[in-house]
Design a protein around this ligand. Structure first.
Ligand code: E4P
Length: 218
């Protein structure tokens, strides 16, 4: 399973990339706004820090505007994945941008029917938002299971399922059990994956016993 990190904080991305756990990055207009920086500058820096796909989202809502913005974003770096919303115009732009050689991430997917459309539009990634579904009382992981099953029926589908809006490690584990291709993780969730109190307790006990031997390995 590939791990993307869901942030526009370049320092955080560099720190996480140094751990060797980051295969790509996703951003969205809210995350770019939070960074307080120009989108082109942030995306260029992220693309230099991480070799894998870096999603940069268009903000136009009609086809022509999406195409112009998509081409502009794609030109920032070879590893940009243009992100478009799962709308009629977004899927049309997806197909056209993929035809021009772009990677495209279709975002804001909340139903299996929408995921089928994203695959038909040739999306590189489809992003179902599990946390936001959970927030409204619908089990987000059921949607991931549906998409995995449906895409599995059609081996020709090349669209990767990118599980988004992940809120905690259980989301990640459940998505991995279902065989989703990618999870995009907020930095705090990625860091939380490393932790277990028994690891800390066990390590402290080993080191205490080791200290009693007076030995050192080197
Ligand atoms: C994915 O690409 C989105 O940027 C992100 O996962 C949205 O997560 P949120 O629902 O926590 O804002």
């Amino acid at each position: 399973m590939k791990f993307f990190v869901d942030t526009a904080d370049v320092a955080e991305i560099r720190a996480l990339a140094a751990l060797g756990m980051v295969d790509g990055v996703t951003t969205n207009p809210s995350l770019i706004a939070k960074s307080g920086r120009k989108i082109a500058d942030v995306i260029a820096e992220i693309c230099a820090a991480v070799p894998g796909p870096v999603s940069a989202e268009v903000t136009a809502t009609e086809f022509d505007g999406m195409m112009k913005e998509g081409r502009y974003l794609k030109a920032i770096a070879p590893n940009v994945a243009v992100k478009v919303p799962l709308t009629v115009d977004g899927l049309r732009a997806c197909k056209a941008l993929v035809g021009e050689g772009a990677m495209v991430n279709v975002t804001l997917c909340f139903s299996a029917a929408q995921a089928i459309l994203a695959a038909k539009a040739g999306a590189t990634f489809v992003s179902p938002f599990v946390g936001r579904l959970d927030d409204v009382g619908q089990d987000g992981m059921v949607l991931i299971a549906e998409i995995v099953e449906i895409y599995g029926n059609y081996p020709a589908i090349g669209t990767e399922i990118l599980v988004a809006s992940i809120r905690h490690p259980i989301h990640l584990v459940e998505a991995a059990k279902l065989g989703a291709h990618v999870a995009t993780l907020p930095p705090s969730v990625l860091r939380a994956l490393f932790n277990h109190p028994l690891t800390d307790k066990g390590l402290a006990a080993f080191l205490a016993d080791w200290a009693k031997t007076g030995q050192s390995i080197l």
